[in-house]
Each structure stands twice: as C-alpha cells, then as structure tokens.
Design a protein around this ligand. Structure first.
Ligand code: ATP
Length: 545
C-alpha cells in the first residue's frame, strides 16, 4: 500500500534517519530540515543520477558551480529585484497576512489579471480573510522573496553592501555563458547544468521538504539557435519525464501540465510543468520553460542595461553573423525530487494473517474509536477531520486484517492522536504491525542510500564475522555503498534494511566458510540465491546499473 499521507513519510524519515527537523534542540526553525545519515545519501544519489543523465550521458552539456553571492546588478537586470515578489495583504481584523493572489483564486475561482484587479476586489470588499472571514483587508503589496545580506565588514546602513542569497541557480549560468562558450569551444546547441542551493523567503512554506526557504535546485540552461527552440524544448520535456521513470517512479504518478497563456512568465514562449502525485495532491516537481533570448539579452550591454560590460552572444559560422541563442530551461528541485522518490517507493503491506482472536480484538477497538470520535470527543477539531476519521475507522474495521497497514498509517495522523481511545488502538496495531506487516522502500538501486548490507549468520562466531567484514570491505572497494551489521537476528536485520530501501542483503553462513559462496537476498522478490563471494561485486554492480 502506498503512502496515504505525507505524515507517514515524515514519520519514517525521522524514525529512520532520513530527515530531521532543523535546530530541534532549540525548538526548531519553522520549515527547515536537516538531512540525516540516510537522507544525505539518498539526496546525493538523486543529484548524482541527474548529473550523470544530463552531463555525462550526453555530448552537448557542460557542468558549472557558480557562487551563491553574486553582484547585486545580476538581480537588478534579471528582473528579480522588481518582480520576484508575491502579493500580500494584511487582515486588519485578525492580523493574519495571506497571499492575496491565493485568496483571489480560491474565492473567485480564477486567476487575477494582475495586482490591480486584486486591489479592486479588495476595495469592493469582495474578498474575505481566509482565517477570520472579515473583508477588512489592506491593499495588496508585493513582498520580495529574496533574502538580503550585507557584504563586507561594516554595515553602513545604506544599500552599498547589499547582496542577495540567490533565489535560483539559473542566473549563475547565464552570466557565465561567454566563459563556457570560450573555454570549452562549444557550438550550438549546447547546455550548462548546475546543482546548488537557492533561497526564497517563501510566505507559505510547508508540506515537509516540498516548499522550504532554503533548497537545492538542479537546473539546465540549454542554448539553441532561434527556430530550433521548439523541437529542443519538446525533446527536453520527454527526456526529463523519462529520467524519473527510469529511476523507478511510477508513470501514473507523473504528469505533464502545459502552462496556460495567462500563467506564463512574460518572457516565456511555452512552459510545461512536470507534476507528481504527492499524498497532498498533484504538485510541481520541475518546470521546463522556453525562455527565448530574454536572459542573455537582459545581461548584455544595451540602452536598458548600461552596467553590463559586454554582450552575451554567439558567432554563427553558418550565417556568418552574431546571434543571441534561445534558452530551454529544465529546472528541477533536488529536495522535491528526493521527496517524490521517497513517496513513490513507500510500500506497507500485510505479510501474514494475525490469529483471528487478535483481529477481533483490534476490530472492536477500532469501532469503539470510531464511536468515540463521533460522540465522546467533540473536542477542538473541525467536523471535516471528524468525518474523515470516522469514515477511515469504519473502513479499516470492515477490512481487517488486510487494512492493518492503513491503520498503521493513521498512527501518524495528528487528529487521530488527539482522541484518548486511539492510544490503545495504536498500541495494539503497532504490536501486530511489527509481526505481520512489512514496510519497504522500493527505491531504485541507484538511489537507495545503502546498496548492500552484509550480515554474519551468528555474531559470536569469529570466522563468520571476519568473512562478513571482508565481504563488506570488498564491496565498498568495488564502488558499492555497503554496510556491515550484526546487531540483531537475520529476520530483524532484513526488516530494518527493507524499511530504508536497501535492495540487497548478504548473509555469510557456515557453508560460506567452506565453498566461499554467500546468500544474496533481493528486497523486492525476497528471493535468495547463492553467489560466489568473488563474483559479488560484478554481479551487484550490473544490477545497480
Ligand atoms: P512553485 O510554483 O512550487 O513555487 P516555482 O515555479 O516558483 O515553484 P521555479 O522557480 O520554477 O519554481 O523553480 C524550479 C524548481 O525548484 C521547482 O520546480 C521546485 O522543484 C524547486 N523549488 C522552487 N521553490 C522551492 C522551494 N521553496 N522549496 C523547495 N523546492 C523549490
């Protein structure tokens, strides 16, 4: 069963060392997250797979790693200083500050034409505060999303040392266009790829790592002759979609959404968003835009830009003249992709039927929980949550024991945990879950944080331990992320590795000492085969790809 709520993923991520709330010892800092020992491996693997696919596997791409701090003029001429803003309004009644365009869309059922139209609606008291319902909203004003900082030892109080933490990596590529072109002797079409941190003072961060104020982007700027842009754009849309599928993402959870004309940025000719069906609904994973020649022109010396030192252009040998290339931009988020792969890989299922009397006991408990939601606990949560919990509990009770995974998913539901009876339900279901269900992260072997885990059949048998440690060392030397573990019985160790997505587990047993073969257990098929220890590295490398 796939994840039904983001809470399940958050809970697993925290429990198993993928992602922790940041600065937790001081109560945290809203919407900031730290990648733990397994999370850093997973995210690094996502970034590595992206780099391999868009740089190494192609002949028309180069890499770049530009600075986060850039000359402020970059952001002036890119348009970010003026336009990289969300319209905000203040509610005079409850003092909340909602995003005015979101209020407009949700209450009018369509996008506003611009700030003016939003403000006309506010003035006519047609828009209500989403929190308290009052129509006493202030005029909407743009709130710039860029983080400001000061460069230099002295803060002079004016803007002379003002710099921004970059809100996207793309501009670093545009301003290096000439450098890459000259040093790498490239001909059109060619592209530049970059992975790096970006910062946005998002008004409404949330949904775990989906929207944060500090995040990592994986961006490509692909330069083409005008006229060849549409075909190149389509081919990047196809290639980028296929990348997710090749790394195991289910095609039905991925869709391409064509941006409507009104949505397009003013410089964009076309933009297609790749969206993933997250537990909270379809949401953007990556945007693939045709940005025309806007950016290279914006950073070229012209009457509009007297500050640029030169022009970003290309000498076309065929036409014997300078041209300004068009740009196709596939822009993905490393954190969002990592989250999507985690969600897609999550699978919890019943592996054995619990004894009938245990199921009956649990069913009775779940039914009394359903009753309790409805009657005894009319506490502080809304009717919608109540109705959702009653429906879920009744469905689960009717389907037990098959619905045990769904019941376990409810353990991560905040509203359910507010109800007293649920504590009991939780205790019993978690105990049964330990024994009768299996949680597996079906991550592609290339993405899994650990590729192979090696266990000795008995930890108090020095010869087994020594051989298992040797196997681990050889596999690591063969370039596979391998770990040694002897902290539990084999069944328990398999279970732990399944939950973190390790595709292969190896057990060294007494037969291994005699014939130098070991058992390789496959996470997905749970099949086991004996393989010669000497051939392990090659065999597993071939499976990882
Ligand atoms: P959204 O509409 O979700 O705010 P966007 O259209 O502003 O995203 P882009 O500017 O196109 O996003 O950035 C490219 C990619 O960077 C996005 O598709 C997403 O994967 C990632 N990204 C953007 N903002 C954030 C954020 N605040 N947190 C995490 N990832 C982000």
């Amino acid at each position: 069963m796939p994840a039904t709520s983001l809470e399940q993923i958050v809970s697993l991520a925290k429990r198993r060392g993928f992602v922790f709330p940041s600065s937790a010892v001081y109560g945290g800092l809203g919407s900031t997250w730290d990648y733990g020992p397994l999370g850093v491996e997973l995210k690094n693997n996502v970034k590595r797979a992206w780099w391999r696919s868009v740089v190494y596997d192609r002949d028309d791409m180069e890499g770049l790693d530009a600075a986060i701090l850039m000359n402020r003029l970059v952001w002036k001429y890119s348009g970010h200083e003026k336009t990289f803003a969300d319209p905000m309004t203040d509610c005079r009644n409850c003092k909340s500050r909602p995003r005015a365009d979101h209020v407009f869309v949700s209450q009018k059922g369509r996008d506003p034409k611009g700030l003016d139209e939003i403000n006309v609606a506010i003035a006519a008291k047609e828009l209500k505060c989403p929190k308290c319902g009052a129509t006493d909203l202030t005029e909407a004003r743009p709130f710039n999303l860029m983080f400001r900082t000061t460069v230099g030892a002295v803060d002079t109080g004016d803007d002379s040392g003002l710099a921004y933490l970059r809100p996207e990596t793309a501009q670093g590529i545009f301003v290096n266009f000439g450098n890459v072109l000259d040093t790498m002797r490239r001909k059109l079409p060619f592209g530049v790829a970059q992975i790096g941190k970006a910062f946005r003072n998002e008004i409404t961060p949330g949904n775990f790592t989906f929207r944060t104020r500090e995040f990592e982007q994986m961006e490509i700027e692909y330069f083409v002759r005008p006229g060849e842009d549409e075909a190149a754009h389509q081919s990047w849309i196809d290639a980028r979609t296929q990348w997710y599928v090749d790394l195991g993402m289910r095609r039905e959870n991925l869709r391409q959404r064509e941006q409507a004309k009104e949505e397009l940025a003013h410089y964009a000719k076309r933009c297609v968003d790749l969206e993933y069906k997250f537990p909270m609904g379809w949401s953007e994973l990556e945007g693939i835009a045709n940005r025309t020649d806007y950016d290279l022109k914006a950073h070229s010396r012209s009457p509009e830009n007297p500050d640029a030192v030169g022009e970003l252009k290309y000498f076309d040998q065929e036409q014997k003249k300078h041209i300004v290339p068009y740009v196709i931009e596939p822009s993905a988020g490393a954190d969002r992709a990592t989250l999507a792969f985690l969600c897609d890989a999550f699978d919890e299922s019943l592996v054995k039927e619990p004894p009938a009397e245990e199921t009956t006991k649990l069913r009775d408990l779940v039914l009394s929980f359903a009753k309790s939601v409805d009657k005894k606990d009319p506490k502080a949560f809304d009717p919608e949550a109540k109705a959702r919990l009653v429906a879920a509990a009744e469905k689960i009770a009717a389907g037990l024991p098959g619905t045990l995974p769904e019941l376990l998913a409810l353990s991560d539901d905040e509203a359910a945990n507010k109800i007293e009876v649920f504590k009991k339900v939780r205790g019993v279901s978690e105990k049964l879950g330990e024994e009768f269900t299996r949680t597996v992260l079906r991550l592609h072997p290339r993405l899994a944080p650990i590729t192979v885990a090696v266990f000795p059949l008995k930890k108090n048998e020095p010869r087994l331990v020594e051989m298992a440690r040797g196997v681990k060392k050889d596999l690591q030397a063969a370039g596979l992320r391998a770990v040694y573990d002897d902290t539990g019985a084999i069944g328990k160790l398999y279970r732990r590795q399944d939950e973190i997505g390790t595709p292969f587990c190896i057990t060294v047993d007494f037969q291994s000492l005699e014939d130098k073969t070991v058992t390789v257990r496959d996470r997905d098929t749970m099949g086991q085969e004996r393989v010669g220890a000497g051939e392990l590295g090659g065999a597993l490398r071939a499976k990882v790809g």
